[in-house]
Design a protein around this ligand. Sequence first.
Ligand SMILES: Cc1ncc(COP(=O)(O)O)c(C=O)c1O
Length: 396
Amino acid sequence: MKSFARRTDWQLQPNELARRLSARRAAGLPLLDLTESNPTRCRLAYPEAQIRAALNSPALLRYSPDPRGLAAARQSIAASYYGAKGEEVKPEQLLLTASTSEAYAYLFRLLAEPGDELLVPRPGYPLFDFLAQICDLKPVSYALAATRGWRIERSSLLAGLGERTRAILAVSPNNPTGSFLASADRDFLLALCAERGLALIVDEVFADYSLDERIEPPCWPAEPPTLLFRLNGLSKTLGLPQLKLSWIYASGPPELLQAALGRLEIIADTFLSVNTPVQLALPRLLELRLPIQGSIRERLRSNLAKLKELAGRSGPAPWRLLPVQGGWYAVLRLPPGRDEEELVLGLLDDEGVYIYPGYFFDFSQEPLLVLSLLTPPDRFAAGLGRLTGYLRRAGL
Ligand SMILES: Cc1ncc(COP(=O)(O)O)c(C=O)c1O
């Protein structure tokens, strides 16, 4: 064995927080995990019998793949998912993948040469670094401004644009800030991408989880002036990541769009990674999203209400809840002057409470903590109680 590729030169040792977390688990010590965002571990109500029945199609013993995804499955996304939102989408504009991560990888392969750059939001989804690196691309971050409701810091985005930029990524609502892309930022991105010949990739996996009725999620033109790839999937829309089905909805100037779809089809045909049972089940599964999303939304809302209640109590909490417009996370700001790492390690060791430090998501200001609003309510309330007590005793 000569060597491994440099792109896999990762630090394989777990960081201190991960090391102490697994030691705690191995020792069987009590743990209040406030980061759980795997919905299948959050005690949510799923229509189990209907999900099983949907997956049990008589056709599943036949294999007749379509590289873009089975026509009936794409038809159901166009009609039942986008149609319900009043959007007219043609099944030909959809391409199924096994995950949103895979959708990113296909698009990166479609759009960029090794060494090219992608503009990614900061703070944001930590996996972008890995997804870009695995495709030999360089992620360049652009800032979202905390003081302006996480609107795009245009000077930072323009400063990050270079000769080798190939695409701009946006997440709406963003993980973990929960902020929807503002309409003015959408217009800015579309115009900039059209002017510079860049593709725009918009991750909408949390789009169905609006938590502030005053906020209008951005709508997109059916024929944008540049290539626009909107990503979504069952991992969040149905809370069923194990079903492994996501999609790319591509739009743009007709000629460019046809060329992009043709090339994407070859990439998808090379892997044929989406399993047949889930594609056959998709029309029925999409109908089940209403009760599933209902139960997820109820959890998100009740945990958010709990946070607001604690924040508003007399003897103010030693943390401040940042506004949440949507998504599955909440961000707490702590009084300045304390080291984030020290705080999360102390919370874990002394209180058995696990919370993400803000630096996992590349926030520029400290100290911040990030928690999952999907956490089962009893654990959420107990964990927050311990967090507040711990911070008070620490003099915060
Ligand atoms: C913003 C964002 N995009 C994509 C994903 C992953 O989706 P998938 O499970 O479809 O790869 C996540 C998972 O948390 C996410 O937060």
